[in-house]
Write a protein that binds this ligand. Structure first.
Ligand SMILES: Cc1cc2nc3c(=O)[nH]c(=O)nc-3n(C[C@H](O)[C@H](O)[C@H](O)COP(=O)(O)OP(=O)(O)OC[C@H]3O[C@@H](n4cnc5c(N)ncnc54)[C@H](O)[C@@H]3O)c2cc1C
Length: 350
């Protein structure tokens, strides 16, 4: 099954999950009521599935919840820096990692986890409609990734999906022969601009800093791309239009004007860690809301591990997320070997 097939079947599986909660199934190992796992992974990106693959190899009974199967990497067209692949699409990479994990018996649930709570020495995860689906786990790996950071200027919310976007691979094709801007200066922003330059007539990169800071190889590609122009030291202060985007306001005039005519705006100014579930069980976050982990991917809460973009590591890439996922699985394995954990609480109300 491909990730697309999986997305198509997700809805069906979700409906089944809604009518058939992940509770009370003897095959899931419940002692007397709630399905019990050695490891519950929250997140279906590279970090989550890499953790799932190793947890399976360690013989741990593992369940993985994914609101969006495949995660962020699915939204990138070309990955040229994942060891072993000189070029692979994000979709194919995600699918390969996922299939590898499934080979080791990972139970995959295409659903959002709404809540996590500590119950004795175990954790209880709630998903499904009104949180009625429950599982218990002896350890939890948080691999929830991030969401797009918003620009937070007038017009952004109003035009979201109608000229304001966050993913060039998803929406770039709407801008064939049009003029668009990427807002941001990171490597991801440069990659988004290079992708858009294949469709659009003209691409501006608008960056608030002195100079954009992609990987050197991508910087050279941006410089060589004739239809990309970089505007540094400039903030977009508003996105304007009528039924769709028509121009943005700039705080520093460009070619004599503080207004730049555009058909579309792609915001690429970073991400916000999705760490609310970790916070619910007392995990310490840093000032950016990222989960603090040590070199064993442990958080401050025994039995809770974290990996990937949600963690407080500096270099957020597919390969580093995969490695942290693997480390977290090993951490869970070691933790479970060191102590005999029994999930004593086996009915819904205790
Ligand atoms: C434009 C762009 C280009 C990039 N290019 C590259 C590149 O060339 N090379 C590279 O190595 N990296 C690249 N990256 C970075 C890379 O995509 C990320 O580092 C990596 O995908 C992060 O993986 P992750 O598993 O930590 O998180 P994610 O992939 O974000 O996965 C998070 C998962 O958690 C799920 N989730 C969140 N909350 C819940 C919940 N409550 N319940 C259930 N599930 C939940 C999500 O649905 C998702 O499945 C790029 C990123 C961007 C944005």
């Amino acid at each position: 099954m491909t990730a697309n097939d999986s997305a198509a079947s997700s809805e069906k599986e979700q409906k089944e999950a809604d009518s058939s909660p992940v509770i009370s199934s003897a095959k899931d190992g419940a002692i007397a009521g709630i399905a019990q796992y050695d490891v519950a992974i929250i997140g279906g990106g590279v970090a989550g599935y890499s953790a799932g693959m190793y947890a399976g190899r360690f013989g741990l009974k593992t369940i993985l919840f994914a609101e969006k199967i495949g995660g962020t990497i699915m939204l990138t067209d070309e990955i040229a820096n994942y060891p072993g692949f000189s070029m692979i699409s994000g979709y194919d990479l995600a699918e390969k990692i996922r299939q590898h994990a499934l080979e080791y018996g990972l139970k995959e649930v295409p659903a959002r986890v709404a809540a996590v709570e500590r119950k004795g020495s175990c954790f209880r995860l709630r998903s499904g409609k009104d949180g009625k689906d429950m599982v218990q786990a002896k350890t939890v790996i948080m691999a929830t990734g991030t969401e797009w950071r918003k620009l937070d200027v007038p017009g952004e919310e109003k035009f979201t999906g109608r000229g304001v976007h966050y993913c060039a691979l998803c929406d770039g094709a709407f801008y064939r022969d049009k003029t668009v801007a990427i807002i941001g200066g990171s490597d991801s922003a440069a990659k988004e601009a290079l992708l858009l330059a294949q469709f659009a007539k003209k691409v501006y990169i608008i960056y608030r800093g002195e100079k954009i800071r992609p990987e050197p190889i991508n910087e050279r590609k941006v410089e060589a791309q004739e239809n990309i122009t970089v505007i540094n030291n400039t903030h977009v202060t508003a996105i304007q239009g009528e039924s769709k985007v028509m121009h943005v306001d700039l705080d520093t005039p460009y070619e004599g004007s503080d207004s730049l005519a555009l058909d579309g705006v792609f915001v690429a100014i970073g991400h916000i860690a999705l760490s609310d579930l970790a916070k619910q069980v007392g995990v310490t976050l840093n000032g950016k809301g990222e989960i603090g982990i040590d070199r064993q991917a442990r958080t401050n809460v025994p039995g809770v591990f974290a990996a990937g973009d949600v963690a407080d590591t500096n270099f957020k890439q597919a390969i580093t997320g995969a490695a942290e996922g693997v480390t977290a699985a090993y951490g869970a394995y070691t933790y479970l070997n060191e102590q005999d954990i029994i999930c004593a609480c086996n009915d819904e109300d205790c």
